[in-house]
Design a protein around this ligand. Structure first.
Ligand code: F6R
Length: 247
């Protein structure tokens, strides 16, 4: 696990964009896994800038998002499909049909999950997966206790995650209770992973993920097993690490 500490979120976005751009350059059809939430926004801003000003070409890129709420229509202000369109896809030259977000409105959720796994496999697997981390150590919506070998499936959100996400909804009662998420097994099957974290509120989760035991109680700790996992962490989020890191 490579841990890179950066001064601020802008530097985090640039370091992450460097890795995404480098990976994209290696493949005819790069397959990039993406996350929603506040953390990757500086990365998406930088990718948009490089697409517009630096010629970074997304026309053959394929993306798979980690997760989606169950029961929110795609045009709902908080659906992850809408988030991705508004914060990245609508601003770059990606082919809309090459962008995948689980369908949280599927009648048959189980079939949707199996199909999502199949689509990832049909594209040859994920070359590079971008991750955020929850305050409780979750990745995707794999909450503490999730099976480390799990594949895409429906999960019940914990109270902590619903509270963390309530800031985006009118009230906590409006926060969905279920989500479709890639499993931890799906995530670590990606050939490379980069996990981004910013803010003091992530410091405990980052310490547990990097220096704690490998445990389902901190799903992000599974990255300790991954051969190519890079964490790009702002100084405040890295504040509780005790072992030496790069900068
Ligand atoms: C979202 C996702 C989640 C978030 C995590 C952190 O697609 O996979 O695991 O990465 O909840 O969210 P933020 O970045 O809003 O703190």
């Amino acid at each position: 696990m490579r841990i890179v500490v950066v001064p601020d979120t802008a530097a985090m976005g640039k370091r992450a964009a460097d890795l995404v751009e480098k990976e994209m350059g290696k493949h005819v059809n790069p397959v990039i896994g993406l996350a929603t939430g506040s953390t990757p926004l500086p990365l998406y801003k930088e990718l948009i800038r490089r697409n517009r000003e630096g010629g970074l070409d997304f026309s053959t890129t394929i993306t798979f998002n980690l997760d989606e709420y169950v029961g929110l229509p795609t045009d709902h202000s908080e659906s992850y499909r809408r988030f991705m369109n508004e914060n990245l896809f609508d601003h770059i030259n990606i082919v809309p049909g090459n962008t995948h977000v689980p369908n949280g409105m599927a009648d048959d959720v189980e079939a949707e999950c199996e199909n999502y796994e199949r689509m990832i496999a049909d594209c040859g697997g994920i070359d590079l997966q971008v991750l955020g981390i929850g305050g409780n150590g979750h990745i995707g919506f794999n909450e503490p206790g999730s099976s480390l070998g799990s594949l895409t499936r429906i999960k019940t959100l914990t109270e902590k995650t619903r509270q963390d996400n309530a800031r985006f909804f009118d009230s906590i009662d409006d926060v969905p209770r279920y989500a479709i998420t890639m499993g931890i097994g799906t995530i670590i099957a990606a050939r490379k992973c980069i996990l981004l974290a910013s803010g003091e509120g992530k410091a405990d989760a980052i310490k547990d993920a990097c220096e704690g035991p490998l445990t389902a109680m901190c799903p992000a700790s599974v990255l300790q097993l991954h051969r190519y996992a890079t964490l790009i962490v702002t100084e405040d989020a890295a504040g509780k690490l005790t072992l030496p890191v790069e900068d």
